[in-house]
Design a protein around this ligand. Structure first.
Ligand SMILES: O=C(O)c1ccccc1NCC(=O)[C@H](O)[C@H](O)COP(=O)(O)O
Length: 210
């Protein structure tokens, strides 16, 4: 299973988190976020990582030239769209960045909202389902109603996100069957400062399921 730890700001923490077992690291390119990182911070982190670690830039309502510039300058392997981007935007981004993984995040408000998923699956590589919060785009620590995802089986791989921690990951995965999980605030001391003990505990819990 893919495990993405998002909101990395410190190069040393990215290496440590990758060695603990993360398969993907997320870097927040949304300037209003407390976890925002510049191109040079991302480059410093990416340069230290083994090539098999996916490095994902998280954007919200940015333009295609802006996203492309950051991806090329920082060496990211993927883009996560966490704003109100429509399927057509995802399609255009894929044409601009054909070798980059495109992940569309959907902040799920209700079961009906899951119907929009089908409109994206032809234009993205991966989906990410996150909790809805009226004021924050992501990193909220809020969980989704997992029961509503029990039958969720889209035509592409997907990450479960939203309020996951070492303490609730096993319960979440007993109800839901995603291709990967994504965590941020549940493995932090403070926004952008990851708690390596919590990350280690998470991988312990994931390992105990195997
Ligand atoms: O984390 C942020 O600050 C953020 C800001 C703006 C857009 C997206 C953001 N995070 C996206 C993520 O992928 C988080 O990992 C995801 O929302 C889950 O967060 P959490 O509930 O804290 O585990």
């Amino acid at each position: 299973m893919r495990v993405k730890i998002c909101g990395i700001t410190q190069p040393q923490q990215s290496i440590a988190i990758a060695s603990l077992g993360a398969t993907a690291l997320g870097f927040i390119c949304v300037p209003t976020s407390p976890r925002y990182v510049t191109i040079s911070q991302i480059r410093a982190a990416v340069a230290e990582l083994p090539a098999n670690i996916d490095t994902i830039g998280v954007f919200a309502n940015a333009s295609i030239p802006e996203i492309s510039q950051i991806v090329v300058d920082s060496g990211l392997t993927g883009v996560q769209l966490h704003g109100d981007e429509l399927p057509d935007f995802c399609d255009q981004l894929r044409q601009a960045l054909p070798n980059v993984e495109i992940i569309k995040a959907l902040r799920v408000r209700s079961l009906e909202h899951l119907d929009t998923v089908a409109t994206y699956t032809n234009y993205v590589d991966t989906l990410l389902l996150d909790a809805y919060h009226p004021e924050q785009l992501g990193g909220t620590g809020k969980t989704l109603d997992w029961t509503m995802l029990e039958q969720f089986n889209p035509n592409c791989p997907w990450f479960l996100a939203g309020g996951l921690t070492a303490d609730n990951i096993v319960e979440a995965l007993s109800q839901v069957n995603p291709s990967g999980v994504d965590l941020s605030s549940g493995v932090e001391r403070a926004p952008g400062d990851k708690d390596l003990d919590k990350v280690a505990k998470l991988f312990g819990k994931l390992g105990s399921r195997e």
